[in-house]
Write a protein that binds this ligand. Structure first.
Ligand SMILES: Nc1ncnc2c1ncn2[C@@H]1O[C@H](COP(=O)(O)OP(=O)(O)OP(=O)(O)O)[C@@H](O)[C@H]1O
Ligand SMILES: Nc1ccn([C@@H]2O[C@H](COP(=O)(O)O)[C@@H](O)[C@H]2O)c(=O)n1
Length: 203
């Protein structure tokens, strides 16, 4: 069984997917971490993030380790996970994610993973796992998402909101709900409330 949970930036995809996956006793897979890892490696190498031929040679040692409790991304034996959620990576990741060659590489990593799993991202329900029987798409207003993010990162709310809105704009092409996805506005719900809504739907 595959459950897909897509949505806009900072809508709660990873937290919700982790909670749903733990309740189901299956791994969850954060596709955004792979795009983030490519971005981090590209930035560290001084590569042009819009040039796939500069990025693809960096990717053969990169591996996603999906666990119900949290995902890790490895570059050979180096754990990149702690460095993937910086403002620097946030600022470049949409440029990398717009490259068809990089999307193909990420999609292949994801499709090679064994089911059952919960997959979260932007195009899990539309493109990567279109035949998944259970699909969800999370939304919340930019202000609500920025307020939540501000509790994790010491930045001011208007700046976070502007960056999230810009990332949503850049991600529009690949971020749309599948026609058969249930759309959940997480704004009025607690994190546990969103997880329970999905679990109830699955039952
Ligand atoms: N319904 C909710 N109510 C309150 N806080 C929430 C809710 N959902 C998520 N959060 C909090 O919002 C923050 C962002 O959530 P999370 O990182 O899971 O989002 P995301 O969609 O995976 O983000 P990104 O797109 O940047 O990877 C976290 O601090 C999380 O605990
Ligand atoms: N399926 C996906 C997942 C992610 N992206 C791109 O990666 C960025 C980071 O993703 P987060 O889920 O960690 O926010 C995101 O802004 C997209 O550019 C994607 O294109 N497709």
């Amino acid at each position: 069984m595959i459950v897909t949970i897509d949505g806009v930036a900072a809508s709660g995809k990873s937290s919700v997917s982790s909670g749903v996956a733990q309740a189901l006793g299956v791994p969850y897979v954060s596709s955004g971490l792979l795009y983030r890892a490519v971005t981090l490696l590209g930035l560290n190498a001084g590569a042009d993030l819009a040039d796939p031929s500069a990025l693809l040679p960096l990717l053969s040692p990169v591996r996603l380790e999906p666990l119900a409790s949290g995902n890790r991304v490895w570059n050979a034996d180096h754990d990149l996970s702690a460095d993937l959620h910086s403002t620097r990576v946030d600022g470049g990741v949409s440029t990398v994610a717009a490259l068809p060659e990089i999307r193909e590489w990420v999609d292949a990593q994801l499709r090679a993973l064994p089911a059952p799993l919960v997959a979260e991202g932007r195009d899990m329900g539309t493109n990567v796992f279109p035949h998944a029987p259970h699909k969800f798409y999370l939304t919340a207003s930019p202000r609500v998402r920025a307020e939540r993010r501000a509790r994790e990162r010491p930045e001011d709310i208007p700046a976070i909101e502007a960056a999230l809105t810009e990332r949503d704009r850049q991600d529009t092409t690949q971020s749309a709900p599948a026609p058969d996805a249930r759309i959940i506005d997480t704004g009025p719900l607690t994190l546990q409330g969103v997880i329970d809504t999905i679990l109830n739907d699955l039952r």
